[in-house]
Design a protein around this ligand. Structure first.
Ligand code: UDP
Ligand code: UDP
Length: 477
């Protein structure tokens, strides 16, 4: 029997691609009438990330899942890009004719599956008369904020940056509590991002046939139910929303040598239960020397065992982080010697393997959506330290709405001018709060962990939502 063919294209960023591949694997496992071709593009400005993605693809061998590598532009030196966001958008535009060619040669294409950045491909799908499904790799509350802001701008002629002036909080339909202005994403408030990225993409979300969200109903019941009240979200109705998460990144990318990796895991095996604090800031987080020093002192003063993933910022503004070549030069003098028996500093770890380890008792996290879901799934309490994108909102949700995290900061934002350092005392306090004793946050996160597992089990809310979206895709004649 002829298969239902989906063409999947997501941006070449770890936090987007890994989860999209997991979604594809889940769909294929659920329905053997599907076949998914993933279009892969290299990101020339991010060699480390590209290597990780290549590792991931080489390690993925699933029946029905095919990869097609798009060509990389030969010379991008004249693209004159000021931020990686604009580079990615330009790269997607560059790929558009190539995708059109591949898709138009594909017999009986059932649809496109794209991610929250890649909305330009919806034009190609429309030209070919096939539906587009959007995979939204962040939360439903943030999705609601996007639709709400876009409605205010486009239908009520309100300027978001004006709207927030002089206010301390905003009431938003997808959040249970008033949201402090300081945690609104720079994507929405900064002019250069708002019109070119934020609003443009959000308008196109409305053109999707369905929106698949990596969340589960118990976690975001308020946001999910707000979507059925159209008055918040404009005159035209929204596409159906499918909360199918948590979709976790099970294909763990390893960049350490296998000896380093197994010695790190052996070290974890030797640590008492819940005794190690894990610090990691996603695939894009990085710190300069002065902030590194504050973190190091904070960890040391907390007295806890630790595993710290540390990277340096790009030398180009708005670029991608790299690994520090010599940690001795950035850490306080003697730090590595003093902490040799109780801690490790590394450049990358397979995060899921670490979070699932019983020795790990707390997570200092940038609150990237995937990291949040992973931590919840394994019942590890978070101390929040957002860095950019929508992470401040995620931190607010975790601490203030869900009560499953403590705050190091809610509104630290590297995209703001003159962002002050987070001091060692704040780091120490946050670590102590999640690590000391059987605290309330740990108990609450355990409850959410159980709910997240139930959601994806047969008959659970996310399990059923995934069935529904697959049925929709396969209902096309
Ligand atoms: N992006 C977007 N809308 C969002 C968030 C991100 O279009 O709400 C795009 C942005 O254009 C950039 C990419 O996502 O190309 C990376 O964004 P960011 O640096 O914020 O990282 P993320 O945490 O989303 O991976
Ligand atoms: N990750 C990892 N090792 C690291 C840093 C990140 O395995 O050292 C994984 C992490 O498990 C998650 C993804 O990369 O699945 C990062 O996604 P997230 O949404 O948390 O943050 P982003 O990188 O998009 O800011």
């Amino acid at each position: 029997m002829e298969k239902f063919k989906l063409m999947m294209m997501v941006s070449p960023l770890m936090g987007h691609l890994t989860q999209a591949l997991e979604l594809a694997k889940l769909m294929l496992a659920r329905n053997n009438q599907l076949s998914i071709t993933v279009l892969i593009m290299e990101l020339p400005i991010d060699p480390d990330g590209t290597a990780k993605i290549q590792f991931l693809i080489a390690a993925t061998n699933v029946e029905g899942l095919h990869f097609h590598h798009l060509s990389t532009p030969e010379d991008t030196s004249d693209w004159n890009i000021t931020h990686r966001r604009f580079f990615i958008l330009k790269l997607l535009e560059y790929q558009k004719p190539h995708v059109r060619e591949i898709a138009s040669k594909t017999q009986k294409l059932s649809g496109f599956l794209i991610d929250l950045i890649n909305m330009t491909m919806i034009d190609v799908a429309d030209e070919l008369g096939v539906p587009t499904y959007l995979f939204f790799t962040s939360g439903a509350a943030f999705l609601g904020l996007r639709f709400h802001f876009q409605t205010l701008e486009d239908e009520q002629n309100q300027d978001i940056s004006e709207l927030v002036k002089g206010e301390s909080h905003l009431v938003l339909p997808s959040f249970a509590k008033p949201v402090p202005i300081s945690v609104l994403p720079t994507l929405a408030t900064k002019k250069e991002f708002r019109s070119n990225v934020f609003l443009k993409c959000t308008r196109d979300y409305r053109r999707a046939k369905g929106i698949i969200v990596n969340t589960f109903s118990y976690l975001e019941s308020n946001a999910i139910s707000s979507f059925s009240l159209n008055s918040y979200y404009g005159k035209s109705s929204l596409p159906p929303i499918y909360p199918v998460g948590p979709i976790l990144n099970s294909s763990q990318i390893q960049t350490q040598s296998s000896e380093d990796y197994s010695s790190m895991m052996k070290w974890l095996d030797c640590q008492p239960k819940n005794s190690v604090v894990f610090l990691c800031f996603g695939s894009l987080g990085s710190f300069h020397l002065d902030q590194v020093q504050e973190i190091a002192y904070g960890i040391e003063r907390s007295g806890h065992r630790f595993l710290w993933v540390l990277r340096r910022p790009s030398t180009k503004k708005g670029g991608f982080p790299r690994e520090y070549e010599n940690l001795e030069l950035v850490l306080p003098e003697g730090f590595l010697d003093r902490t040799a028996s109780i801690g490790k500093v590394v450049g990358w770890v397979p995060q899921l393997a670490v979070l699932s380890h019983s020795a790990v008792g707390g997570f200092v996290s940038h609150c990237g959506w995937n990291s949040m879901l992973e931590s919840i799934f394994f019942g590890v309490p978070i101390a929040t330290w957002p860095i950019e994108a929508e992470q401040q909102l995620n931190a607010f949700q975790l601490v203030k709405e869900l009560g499953i995290a403590v705050e190091i900061s809610l509104d630290y934002n590297q995209e703001k001018e003159n962002q002050a350092l987070v001091k060692a005392e704040q780091v120490e306090k946050g670590i102590r709060e999640i690590m000391d004793g059987e605290n309330e946050v740990r108990m609450r996160v355990k409850e959410f962990s159980e709910k997240s597992r139930l959601a994806t089990k047969e008959g659970g809310s996310s399990y059923l939502a995934l069935d529904n979206i697959i049925q929709d895709i396969c209902s096309r004649s």
